[in-house]
Every structure is written in structure tokens, then in C-alpha cells.
Ligand binder design. Structure first.
Ligand code: GLC
Length: 501
């Protein structure tokens, strides 16, 4: 089936700040993560992707990196990171870390030097006059420094953009990749991968970016079996596919699938388009339902409008948790049955909802402040995980947690869900185990079951059927391996996925 591990991997995303707190300060850390590695082993994931763990003032949750060769002290130490990599490897779990090449932090040594020694400003985008670009987080994309010049930041003012026309920037990032490859990491998730180059008119998807990834690919290949995953938000599939040519990035996140409404024709269109984009270039597709930037699926799928779009316009619109959970379960089995890699964002396997009623004073996402509160931001999917117990911090670690947890999360804890055959956690555990045996990379063959049903078989003989229509539908012949919800006899009900062999 799959040749290289990454072609069919199930990759679990750890948002370190909110995963598990080992030292009791209310913030997740490496000690907490190391302690919970057996949980991830039991869950059945092949790799972990960690959001940035570098020293950072946390103006954007660590995506404002002050030092690419260190570990944020709140998370631990470099030695601990190395021990974590070794522990994960011992359990057969690969480790992927984030690299943030588009921008750094105003607290980085280079930016501080740029302020005091203007001749070094070449590494960033300093100009005498700003243009009219707006920051992706809201507000102008330029900030003025004391001597009158302006620097570019596509995100928060604390995140100055690098100038990729500077050879020093290239050399430094190549060294950063080597630094971590030598410490055993198995790959990098490349943040904002399409943004690196800018010209007078455009700040996205300029051609020279591909030369950077060709060089990075050579470096990754030198170390053997290491991978590069792109965060590439581009609506044009042809442009997107260019990042996945055989000598560039290995894979990229499928944001079309994540943003797709729970609607059969749209889902089928996105799945087919994804396969059509990836197959000719030989890159495995990826299937993503959530991450640290988007509304949790249980909440999204419980709304009348099940799409996702940045901007947060749907925040707080009514959501039916029962419906959302039913659909999220069906979506998970659908995603896991498709050819390629699947991502699981921490807490997705617990069926956590988006926490939409966080007190405003607790909100930390710069999107919230920069939009003057119009965009409620991404904190609601970043709330510390509930592990056990009846009240906050639900076994997370110290209290108070850096974002408050809802008081009613006792039934959502990993402990409460363990051993309950009907829980989201049990569904994910079973599905990931079966997926490991029967699925991964390869092809699919659609089965004609009507316009409201998505049904296909895989090379292993597994059939996946998702019914999105109101009428119960007879299942094709075969033994039922797993279903996301109850079946009536041989019929599959609305918003349910079944796997058969
Ligand atoms: C990516 C990250 C997001 C971050 C942004 C700026 O989109 O996923 O969390 O805010 O880049 O680094």
C-alpha cells in the first residue's frame, strides 16, 4: 500500500499551550506532552505536528518567533525537546514541528539589530513610505519605527515580515532546518508557505518561492525520510499544485475540504477536485477537518450554515450540538477513509465544541483585538484539553488555565470517554486502528448510490458510505466494521458513515 510513512499517515496536531500542563502553571508544556504520549500511542497516530515551540512573546500564540533554535521557557528546554523526540520515536511516533519563514518577532535578535543598526534592515521590509496593504489580522500592514521608516507585517505588528530577497534569510532558514533535522525531527510544517516573496503589487504566491522549497527539499532529502508540509491557502488548484511538484513540498493541507459545507454535491466536488489535483503530480492528498485557526467541527456542522471562512462571521450563530456531533462523527470516518493523509487536531477526537462564550477579557488572539472585537478570534478552539475529573482544570494541570475551560466539560474528558463504546474518543481510536490496517494512500472507486450518498471502495476492499440525505439508504453487501451512528437493520440513516468490508 503506502511506500513512505508520510503518504498515508494519520497526523495529530498538538497545540502545546493547551495540550497538557506538566509543571502546574496553567499552560501546556513539553513535560505534559511527554506524560501523555501513551495516550497518543493508544489513539493510533503515526506522527505529531507541534505548533511553534520556540521562544516567543506570544503576540500570536508562538507564531511570533524570537529564536528559531530554542524552546520557549514556558514550554521547557532544548534538552527536554530532544528527550520528547526520543520518547516519541521509541513509541513509533514521528515528530513534525512548525517553521515560520514569512515573519519573525519584534523580539528577535535580527529585528532588534535592525532598529539600532539600519544597515541591517535588508533582512526585513523597511520602506520610507508604506503602501495601502492591510494586515491579515486587520489594520494597516505597516508600522512606523522611531526614525520614521515603516516595516511590513502581513500579520500582527509584532510579526515583522522577512525579506526573502536577502541571501542571509535563505542561509539562516537552511541552517534552522538542519539544526532540527540533526535533533531528530521528521519534518516541518511550513507556516504561511505561499507568502514569502512580495513585489510592489503582490504579497502572495510569487514564483521565486518555489526555488526556496526546491532547496529545502534537497536538504530534507539529505537527511532521508523527512517531510515538508505546506500551509498553502490558495483557491486556484493549479497554483496550489505547484507547491507539491516532486522536488518541492511533500504535502499540503487541504483547506477546501475543511471549508466545505456538509452537503453531498459540494463534498463530492471537493474530493474529486482534490484527487484530480494531486494524482498527476504523485502527491498524497490530505484530509483536514480542523486546526488551531478554525471553528471546531462539532460547532460548525451543527449550524444552518456549515461552511467555514476566516473572518468569524458565523461566530455565535445557533448550533445544535447533537446534530453537529453526529455530522462530525460521520465526517471523521469519511475523512479517514479517503486516500492520503489525515490530520486530527487535538480535542477533535474528544468531540470538543468551539468555546464561543469565553469572557472577552480572556481572549488572546490578536485577530480579536486588531478587528476591534468584530472578529471574535481563534481562542475558542484553543481551550486547554479536559483529561479527567469533574471540574476545571479537568486534569490539564495547574489552575487557572491560560484560557478558561467550560464548567460542563466533565463528560468530555478523555477519561470519561475511555471505555465508552459510543464516545467520540472510542470512534477515533477504532477508526485510526482500522485505517492503519486497511487504508492510507491509494485510489478510490465511487459507487453510484444516489445524489445524497457518498460511497466508494478502496483498494483494500473497504467500502465507505456516508448518507447525507433524509431517507435511510440500504447498505451495500458486506460486513459492517464500524459506523458513526446507529444503523437500522441494513439501512444507514442521515448524517452517518459506515465502513464495510
Ligand atoms: C498561520 C497559522 C496561524 C498564524 C499565522 C501567522 O496561518 O496557522 O495560527 O496566526 O500563520 O503566523
Amino acid at each position: 500500500m503506502s511506500q513512505a510513512w508520510w503518504r498515508g499517515a494519520a497526523i495529530y496536531q498538538v497545540y502545546l499551550r493547551s495540550f497538557a500542563d506538566g509543571n502546574g502553571d496553567g499552560v501546556g508544556d513539553l513535560a505534559g506532552l511527554r506524560g501523555r504520549l501513551p495516550y497518543l500511542k493508544d489513539l493510533g497516530v503515526d506522527a505529531i505536528w507541534l505548533n511553534p515551540w520556540y521562544p516567543s512573546p506570544m503576540a500570536d500564540g508562538g507564531y511570533d518567533v524570537a529564536d528559531y533554535r530554542g524552546i520557549e521557557p514556558v514550554f521547557g528546554t532544548l534538552e527536554e525537546a530532544e528527550r520528547f523526540i526520543a520518547d516519541a520515536h521509541e513509541l513509533g511516533i514521528k515528530v513534525i514541528i512548525d517553521v515560520v519563514p514569512n515573519h519573525s518577532s519584534t523580539e528577535s535578535a535580527w529585528f532588534k539589530e535592525a532598529l539600532t543598526a539600519p544597515e541591517t534592515r535588508e533582512r526585513f521590509w523597511f520602506r520610507d513610505e508604506p503602501n495601502d496593504w492591510q494586515s491579515i489580522f486587520g489594520g494597516p500592514a505597516w508600522t512606523q519605527v522611531a526614525d520614521g521608516q515603516w516595516y511590513l507585517h502581513l500579520f500582527a505588528p509584532e510579526q515583522p515580515d522577512f525579506n526573502w530577497d536577502s541571501p542571509e534569510v535563505h542561509a539562516d532558514f537552511e541552517n534552522v532546518l538542519r539544526f532540527w533535522f540533526e535533533r531528530g525531527v521528521d519534518g516541518f510544517r511550513v507556516d504561511s508557505a505561499a507568502l514569502l516573496f512580495k513585489d510592489a503589487e503582490r504579497w502572495e504566491d510569487l514564483d521565486p518561492v518555489h526555488d526556496v522549497y526546491r532547496r529545502w527539499r534537497e536538504i530534507a532529502d539529505e537527511y532521508g525520510d523527512r517531510i515538508l508540509i505546506g500551509e498553502v491557502w490558495l483557491p486556484d488548484q493549479e497554483r496550489f499544485a505547484r507547491y507539491l511538484r516532486p522536488d518541492e513540498l511533500h504535502t499540503a493541507f487541504n483547506f477546501d475540504f475543511l471549508s466545505c459545507p456538509w452537503e453531498p454535491a459540494e463534498l463530492r466536488r471537493v474530493i474529486e477536485l482534490t484527487l484530480a489535483t494531486h494524482t498527476p503530480i504523485g502527491a498524497p492528498p490530505t484530509w483536514v477537518l480542523s486546526n488551531h485557526d478554525v471553528t471546531r467541527p462539532v460547532t460548525r456542522y451543527g449550524r444552518a450554515d456549515t461552511t467555514f471562512a476566516h473572518g468569524g462571521a458565523l461566530h455565535g450563530t445557533p448550533s445544535d450540538p447533537e446534530l453537529g456531533t453526529r455530522r462530525a462523527r460521520a465526517a471523521a470516518l469519511l475523512a479517514m477513509a479517503l486516500p492520503g493523509c489525515v490530520y486530527v487536531y487535538q480535542g477533535e477526537e474528544l468531540g470538543l465544541p468551539e468555546v464561543e462564550d469565553l469572557p472577552d477579557a480572556a481572549r488572546q488572539d490578536p485577530m480579536y483585538a486588531r478587528s476591534g472585537g468584530a472578529n471574535r478570534g481563534r481562542d475558542g478552539c484553543r481551550v486547554p484539553l479536559p483529561w479527567s475529573g469533574e471540574s476545571a482544570p479537568f486534569g490539564f494541570g495547574g489552575h487557572p488555565t491560560w484560557l478558561p475551560q467550560p464548567a460542563d466539560w466533565a463528560p468530555m474528558t478523555a477519561k470519561a470517554q475511555t471505555g465508552d463504546p459510543g464516545s467520540m474518543l472510542s470512534l477515533y481510536r477504532t477508526a485510526l486502528r482500522l485505517r492503519h490496517e486497511l487504508l492510507g494512500d491509494g485510489t478510490l472507486t465511487w459507487l453510484p448510490m444516489g445524489p445524497r450518498v457518498l460511497a466508494f471502495t478502496r483498494d483494500s476492499g473497504l467500502t465507505c458510505v456516508t448518507n447525507l440525505g433524509p431517507d435511510p439508504v440500504p447498505l451495500p453487501p458486506g460486513e459492517i466494521l464500524l459506523a458513526s451512528g446507529p444503523l437500522t437493520g441494513d439501512r444507514i440513516l442521515q448524517d452517518t458513515t459506515a465502513w464495510l468490508i
